[in-house]
Design a binder for this molecule. Structure first.
Ligand code: ATP
Ligand code: MG
Length: 420
């Protein structure tokens, strides 16, 4: 029979790498909850309009990358390309803003973008996502970047940089857009066809173009950061001040704009030089105005998303896959011992102690090999003799020592052993 393949750019996450994923997910839950965030889960499918209205019509995501299609009734839907719009939609639809204590959310799950698949870039990928609504204070901007850094540290990622910028507000962007338009009008030669179109409809989007010749042109473009209005300038300088006081190193990158229209004021990216062109591990920023534009109250918002595939790739490059196998293995010799061993494994598991056994009745030697392969720290060994005496051998595979414990005490004894 011909085999059926997965859809291009959409990957299985296999047992050989799942340890990384679980480590990332567990660290995210623990840390975000410590910072007062609660989990929210939204559907992967939304009305297309949610994304065109929030992310912006003239962005790469909406123009080129979205999985959008009419359903059987002809209603246009889209697989979510990112999480912020969905969480804001849910926040508004479910009147969550009525509870001032529940305004910080995190979420994890698959996103979909029709891009050219390559290392670190897929068509289904996963994000860890964080959103905080209702707080405009630069304290929160700094805190959220501090939390992002702490999260990456806790999962063990080394050597990434934090780049920050301010995109100003509607007011200071108005005059900037005009000077950028004038500049781009004088650059007809160097721009790609997309940018030639965008410089009219949405000139700021040209700043995010990935085409080399556009990037060269943009090196001499006017810089938004230099023309911020006073409140935006003050906000940004206070963000930097808090970051310094939180010992969070950062670099100001005045050319970073991010690929979504809804960002304003603080934007940031975590970058690496170890994934080729896929240099962004995560990014985010402020989006005051988005909640209102999607029909909700006029509350400010800020958030970020980290790409889990890129994070896992970097952790893999660093080596040392976290092992999550059973800590205990029960090896037996002879059929009566095997029956008893089977029961012991279930008793260990019921007591919350991971344990494994050999179901195929193989030799003691091959059972020990299996225990070793699984990475079990401890092995209970039960033969007919031990069984007759009501005892069991306990081997510490790391310390390479062995002792005898009463069979009836096996679970109680297992509880006292080191978990490392
Ligand atoms: P890039 O510039 O690499 O296309 P982006 O700016 O489009 O990234 P965001 O929309 O900010 O990315 O999404 C946040 C994170 O999600 C990225 O930093 C990245 O780690 C991850 N990500 C985005 N697109 C993909 C993809 N197609 N495959 C895997 N991860 C992705
Ligand atoms: Mg992209």
């Amino acid at each position: 029979m011909e085999r059926i393949q997965a859809v291009r750019g959409m990957n299985d996450i296999l047992p050989g790498e799942i340890g990384w994923w679980q480590q990332v997910e567990e660290a995210a839950r623990r840390i975000f909850q410590d910072f007062g965030y609660v989990e929210i889960r939204t559907p992967v499918l939304e009305k297309l309009e949610l994304f065109t209205r929030s992310i912006g019509e003239n962005t790469d995501i909406v123009e080129k990358e979205m999985y959008a299609f009419p359903d059987r009734k002809g209603e246009w839907l889209a697989l979510r390309p990112e999480a912020t719009a969905s969480i804001v939609r849910s926040f508004i639809q479910n009147d969550l803003y009525a509870d001032p204590l529940a305004r910080k959310f995190y979420s994890m799950g698959p996103m979909f973008r029709h891009e050219r698949p390559q290392k670190g870039r897929y068509r289904q990928f996963h994000q860890v996502d964080v959103e905080a609504f209702g707080i405009d204070d630069p304290m929160l901007d700094a805190e959220i970047m501090f939390m992002l850094r702490l999260f990456l540290q806790k999962v063990g990622l080394a050597g990434v940089g934090l780049h920050i910028n301010s995109l100003g507000c509607r007011d200071c962007r108005k005059s900037y857009r005009e000077s950028l338009r004038v500049f781009l009008a004088s650059q007809a030669e160097g721009l790609c066809p997309d940018c030639l179109r965008r410089r009219e409809v949405n000139p700021l989007r040209v700043l995010d173009c990935k085409v080399e010749r556009c990037k060269t042109v943009l090196e001499t473009a006017p810089v938004l950061l230099e023309t911020l209005c006073d409140p935006c300038r003050d906000h940004f300088s206070r963000v930097q001040d808090y970051l310094s006081r939180l010992d969070t190193p950062f670099a100001v990158d005045p050319r970073m704009v991010r690929g979504l229209d809804y960002y304003m004021r603080t934007t940031f990216e975590v970058v690496t030089d170890r994934l080729g062109a896929q240099s962004a591990v995560g990014g985010g920023g402020r989006y005051n105005g988005l909640i209102r534009d999607l029909g909700g109250p006029d509350l400010p918002g800020i958030g970020f998303a980290v790409g889990m595939e890129r994070l896992v790739l970097l952790l893999q490059q660093q080596g040392g896959m976290p092992r999550r196998n059973a800590r205990f293995f029960v090896a037996t010799l002879g059929s009566a011992a095997r029956e008893e061993g089977f029961l012991l494994v279930q008793r260990l598991r019921s007591a919350g102690i991971g344990a494994e056994l050999d179901y195929e009745g193989r030799s003691l030697k091959s059972q020990m090999r299996r225990a070793d392969k699984l990475g079990a720290r401890f092995v209970f060994i039960l033969g007919e003799d031990e069984l007759g005496r009501g005892e069991i051998q306990l081997r510490d595979m790391r310390e390479k020592n062995q002792r005898i414990v009463p069979l009836g005490e096996a679970v109680r004894h297992a509880r006292t052993l080191p978990t490392g």
